[in-house]
Design a protein around this ligand. Structure first.
Ligand SMILES: Cc1ncc(COP(=O)(O)O)c(C=O)c1O
Length: 395
């Protein structure tokens, strides 16, 4: 018997799996490995000097308050500033709709706490973000998966899923989806809103990448399209830094007392100091120009990766070229297993995440997710060259 078994750790926690991505990240952190496995923002783009200055200002201006316990919903002045940051995506947002969370990952956990009883169904795309699955699995969710095409979630499949097993909510990543990079079209968004309203079902719009658009016009958010049933998750992780773990949940006001309660049960409140630092950073007025810099860098890296795949991968390889975000989604030729290929790739010192863990009900064995934000241009070229060789040799 293992110690957790002897001590009676609850059975569903004993059987929870560790994140496969985090396991692959351990392998890919060996020296010399070029990793396309994580979803890390480029560290050289973190606004270090500005955040240093913002940290000093947080202490100078707010004194001990910056280091004290604070409100569960978030620091009031910060919530107001966050409402401003949110307004271009959710025009009618008010401070009262915002709960500051410790990362969007906590937002997912709070949604799980609030909605999922053991065995409840959740509708989600397949593939979908593994972190959401981990969060919902903790509450013993089951999944009704719907497919994706170039326009995102195939909403036609959702109604049948709703009718079959009354799910608790619809989880969707409409902008530069993780892992596929696909953005949901306006038509599909309207269709989803209509359906959610018809069945009075909440939709969870997980939106960490909405601001990282490289080209084309933004598609209005689900909530902006009239979705009073929408709960949105947004984060500073990809547009400033993930290390502060500051994100926010936008919800109809009627749900806020519930979210306040589940937030309290979780961690009382998000780091006061982290909120104050970001508040002072936002007051500097540099966020937009900083996001512009990130977009330029990532867009160039995406192009290098897409072009290198065209050059070094065998014909029959399919790639989705995203208009933003952090990820490329690739389908291997001849139904090759991306999982079987990984040890060979690691031996050749290049890493990626194979696609199957993103499929809660199975599938996707011949797919892989490649991150283009972390490695520099030279490493992207070299890594794709190595990976292309491994794929070709194993055809
Ligand atoms: C779709 C999606 N949701 C949520 C998260 C978690 O973000 P955060 O760093 O804010 O916890 C990520 C991170 O990669 C993500 O891709």
């Amino acid at each position: 018997m293992t110690l957790p078994e002897k001590w009676g750790v609850v059975s569903h926690v004993l059987t929870l799996e560790n994140s496969i991505i985090r396991e692959i990240l351990k392998l890919s952190s060996q020296p010399g490995v070029i990793s396309f496995a994580g979803g890390l923002p480029a560290p050289e783009l973190f606004p270090l000097e500005d955040l240093k200055e913002a940290s000093v200002r947080a202490i100078d201006k707010h004194g001990p308050i910056a280091l004290q316990y604070s409100l569960s919903m978030g620091v009031t002045e910060f919530r107001k500033a966050v409402a401003e940051v949110t307004r271009h995506q959710i025009p009618d947002v008010k401070m009262e709709n915002i709960l500051i969370t410790s990362g969007s990952q906590q937002g997912l956990d709070l949604v799980g706490r609030a909605f999922i009883d053991p065995g409840d169904y959740v509708v989600c795309e397949s593939p979908t973000y593994t972190g959401a699955l981990q969060a919902f699995n903790f509450y013993q969710a089951r999944y009704m998966t719907v497919g994706m095409d170039d326009d995102g979630m195939i909403v036609d499949e959702v109604e049948a899923a709703i009718k079959k097993r009354r799910p608790k909510f619809i989880y969707v990543i409409p902008n530069f989806h993780n892992p596929t990079g696909i953005t949901m079209s306006l038509k599909r968004r309207l269709q989803l809103i209509e359906l959610a309203n018809k069945y009075e079902l909440p939709s969870i719009d997980d939106n960490p990448y909405g601001d990282l658009r490289f080209e084309g016009d933004p598609v209005p958010s689900l909530r902006a399209l009239g979705g009073d049933t929408v709960i949105s998750l947004m984060t500073f992780s990809k547009i400033v830094t993930p290390g502060l773990r500051i994100a926010w949940l936008v919800s109809p006001e009627g749900m806020m007392p519930i979210f306040e309660r589940v937030k309290q049960s979780c961690d009382l409140h998000t780091s006061t100091f982290g909120q104050m630092v970001l508040l002072e950073y936002l007051k500097m007025g540099k966020l937009d120009q900083h996001i512009e810099k990130i977009r330029r860098t990532y867009s160039a890296r995406r192009d290098i990766m897409v072009n290198a795949i065209a050059e070094y991968f065998p014909s029959g390889t399919k790639v989705v070229k995203p208009k933003g975000g952090l990820f490329l989604w690739l389908t291997l030729p001849n139904k090759m297993s991306a999982k079987d290929l990984l040890p060979k790739a690691i031996a050749a010192k290049v890493a990626y995440v194979y696609g199957s863990p993103f499929h809660p009900n199975g599938g996707g064995e011949d797919t892989m997710r490649l991150n283009f934000s972390t490695a520099n241009e030279k490493d992207i070229l070299e890594g794709i060259k190595r990976l292309g060789r491994i794929v070709t040799e194993n055809m």
